[in-house]
Design a protein around this ligand. Structure first.
Ligand code: SF4
Length: 308
């Protein structure tokens, strides 16, 4: 059995401690940008599950500068524990979707903070032009830059259902371009999209296993108030897994996952005041404990079923 510290999977926590010798905390930022899937360039309604905060419900306040948001984020974290290193995480909306000089000044403001060790940027694969890639490559030489791509699924029918707005080939090209520029790629996936079978979820995992990516987020679909998904759920409720069902699926995904991928997320913690379903997901500690138990009980570890 392979182990990463005490865990049966390659956690982000383990990676950071091994690489930087300490725990590094994420501060979620909202740069006040928008998204081509909302402003009419690709679509107007956005992805079906996306909240009006652009999937950045825990991010800072967009009217504040990056520096102010970082200061506030640090103060909250330092209140609880002694922390001195951070990941500046541009989370809300599409963080490579703005004029180049605006992006440069946002990123530079973050990396100039001496406590920021890593810049993590969430975006869409169709928003990575040559100029942006070369900007990212330049910043990556100052401090590590991670790019997080919202793929969610490899299946065209599910991608159409969630209104993702780009085909899989665009994702493939973005990964190749980023890797050519030596930029680590983290892929955001969503489990239990309406209508997806267990086999389909595992097909997304095995597709990613063959790619040159460095990290993955496994996120359970959340139904949040104010989203189009919430309207669909009210009129024709779709299947929402129980915690046990989700844990079992996570176990399968972890068992099949390439052991070189760092797992950045195993569950989601949607904002409690907006969360419609599944409500059990807000008990994050309980979910992670149940996962540990399931992995041990079934003798699963990351990559057990992966045959490179
Ligand atoms: S690409 Fe991201 S920000 Fe844009 S609509 Fe989809 S989830 Fe929201």
């Amino acid at each position: 059995m392979k182990q990463w510290g005490e865990k049966r999977y390659y956690s982000l926590d383990y990676y950071l401690k091994q690489t930087y010798g300490e725990k590094i905390y994420k501060i979620s930022l909202n740069a006040g940008l928008t998204c081509p899937n909302r402003d009419g360039t690709v679509g107007t309604g956005g992805c079906i599950f996306c909240s009006d905060q652009g999937s950045g419900d825990f991010a800072g306040c967009p009217t504040e500068s990056v520096t102010e948001q970082l200061q506030k984020g640090k103060a909250v974290l330092r209140d609880k524990r002694p922390v001195h290193s951070y990941i500046a995480y541009f989370q809300a909306f599409t963080n490579t979707y703005a004029p180049l000089d605006r992006l440069e000044s946002l990123y530079m403001e973050a990396v100039q903070d001496p406590d920021v060790k890593i810049l993590s940027i969430a975006t869409r694969p169709d928003c990575l032009s040559k100029d942006i890639l070369s900007l990212l490559s330049r910043i990556n030489k100052i401090k590590p830059v991670w790019i997080e791509l919202g793929l969610q699924t490899i299946h065209p029918a599910s991608a159409a259902y969630i209104r993702r707005g780009y085909p899989l080939s665009v994702f493939d090209k973005a990964v190749a371009d980023l890797r050519e520029n030596h930029i680590p790629v983290i892929v955001h996936t969503i489990l239990f999209l309406p209508g997806e079978t267990k086999e389909q979820m595992l097909q997304t995992i095995s597709y990613l296993n063959r790619m040159d990516i460095q990290g993955i987020k496994l996120q359970l679909l959340h139904v949040l108030q104010g989203t189009d998904l919430a309207s669909v759920y009210r009129t024709s409720p779709f299947h929402i897994p129980s915690m046990e069902e989700y844990i079992e699926m996570l176990g399968e995904c972890i068992g099949h996952l390439n052991p070189d991928f760092v797992i950045h997320r195993l569950t989601g913690d949607g904002p409690k005041d907006l969360l419609i379903a599944p409500l059990w997901t807000s008990r994050k500690r309980t979910v992670l404990n149940a996962l540990e138990h399931c992995l041990k009980e079934n003798d699963i570890w990351q990559g057990k079923e992966y045959h490179g």
